[in-house]
Ligand binder design. Structure first.
Ligand code: UD1
Length: 426
């Protein structure tokens, strides 16, 4: 198992290329199942989760070719799902990656049947799939849960319906959009998620021939087609990677240009960072991040669905606030168990108290390097940020979580002067 050894205290200086978004690429890959004509995706990041989705699509019968790999840029994936031979997403793949549930909608829409293992619990909370199932039921699918599997079938095909989600879910909105694109008639999704990844998926589905209005708002209307055709689509830049590296630059007192970043996709996080004393300016190629003040300032934050502050940046923000002047109250409203980074940050000297869904972070002068353990994807990267700013050496163990979502993180940070190396644990 790999680990990262970081010597802290070096400001990040230079430029970091922002990869395609993992959370956009995964549903886009699943959308490849909707068409017999194939789907070409550009700017796909090099990540373990992408490899898991590739394995799953192959298991279902799709052919996938990674066409060109240019260092610093993403891959081009050609997905060819001429025939789907298998309708079962097995436990072994789904348990590794919850986003596997995104094949449910496309499979039922294309084949009239799907069997997808229930994802079960995960480190950051219970994460049920009831809203995914509700969406398909609203389109006429019949669902049974048997032996740990979701068995969904619609032998006569899906019909457009009205889906009113009681709470906002990114994945359920995506499953509904993909299924509705091949359903007969019109589907309306109410209380839809509004994330940029939703808009990216809509643009790809429109390119494939679906008629979609309102993506990016909370009401999406989709007119289904009997079949969808080939298109080529480039994955939107990763806003969570953008926010993460912006915080890394701020935390180390650096000056970094995030090349390819779309600052408009992190507006709420950018506003909070500005309050905390960070300067973010749009450049021709992306966004430049520097620190305005000598010390960061403690700011309160609450996670919310887009366009609010993203839960996927909460752990990194907690790390940032450990070194601020004053206190910061960080409240998590999306997932019930998402403060696993806190005990690890405390091992580095951070002053943090968790009360229910809020963490009170009292800034200290400087963190001290320590061996720490990565527990989930975003918690892992928050420990990397802490290590970059800490005095002395930090070793981040169990970084396979990091490899699920950050494309060559040590290479990108190392190119900006960070002292960070990957070691293989023997
Ligand atoms: C996606 C992102 C993840 C991010 C999350 C919230 C991908 C691949 N992953 O996850 O990185 O942290 O959005 O921004 O895009 N819920 C239910 N029932 C359901 C589905 C969800 O109760 O059927 C709940 C969840 O437990 C959670 C909330 O809804 O409390 C939001 O989850 P959701 O938006 O569905 O997250 P994901 O799509 O799984």
């Amino acid at each position: 198992m790999d680990r990262l050894r970081i010597r802290g205290g070096y400001p990040l200086m230079g430029e970091i290329p922002i990869s395609g978004a993992k959370n956009a690429a995964l549903p886009l890959m699943a959308a490849g199942l909707l068409s017999a004509d194939g789907l070409t995706l550009e700017n796909v990041p090099h990540l373990a989760d992408i490899a898991s989705m590739t394995a799953l699509l192959r298991e279902l019968g799709a052919e996938i070719n990674a066409e060109s790999v240019i260092d610093g840029q993403g891959e081009t994936l050609k997905i060819q799902a001429r025939r789907i031979e298998n309708i079962e997403a097995p436990y072994d793949i789904v348990r590794k990656m919850r986003a596997s549930v995104l094949v449910l909608g496309p499979l039922v829409a294309r084949k009239g049947e799907a069997k997808v293992s229930l994802p079960g619990g995960c480190a950051i909370g219970n994460r049920p799939v009831d809203l995914h199932l509700m969406a398909l039921e609203c389109m006429g699918a019949h669902i049974e849960l048997e032996s740990g599997y979701i068995h969904a079938f619609a032998p006569k095909g899906l019909k457009g319906g009205r889906i009113a989600f009681p709470t906002v879910s990114v994945g359920a909105t995506e499953n509904a959009m993909m299924a509705a694109s091949l359903a007969v008639g019109e589907t309306t999704i109410l209380n839809a998620a509004r994330e940029p990844e939703i808009l990216d998926l809509a643009q790809c589905l429109i390119g494939m021939g679906a008629v979609i209005e309102g993506a990016g708002t909370d009401k999406i209307r989709i007119s289904g087609k009997s079949q969808l055709s080939h298109t080529t689509h480039s994955v939107v830049p990763d806003r969570i990677e953008t926010g993460t590296f912006a915080m890394a630059a701020a935390m180390t007192g650096g000056d970094v240009e995030l090349v390819g970043a779309k600052i408009g996709h992190i507006q709420s996080a950018a506003a909070i960072l500005r309050e905390a004393g960070v300067t973010l300016t749009e450049t021709e190629r992306g966004c430049r991040v520097t620190r305005t003040t000598d010390k960061l300032i403690g700011v309160d934050v609450m996670t919310e669905p887009y366009p609010g502050f993203p839960t996927d940046l909460q752990a990194q923000f907690v790390a940032l606030m450990t070194a601020a002047t004053g206190a910061s109250m960080v409240t998590e409203t999306i997932f019930e168990n998402r403060f696993m980074h806190v005990p690890e940050l405390k091992r580095m000297g951070a002053n943090i108290n968790v009360h229910g869904s809020s963490a009170l972070v009292r800034g200290i002068d400087r963190l001290k390097g320590a061996p720490v353990m990565a527990t989930d994807l975003r918690a892992s990267v928050s420990l990397v940020l802490a290590g970059l700013a800490a005095e002395g050496e930090t070793i981040v163990n169990r970084i396979y979580h990091l490899d699920r979502g950050y494309d060559r993180v040590e290479k990108k940070l190392g190119a900006c002067g960070a002292k960070i190396i990957r070691e293989r644990e023997t």
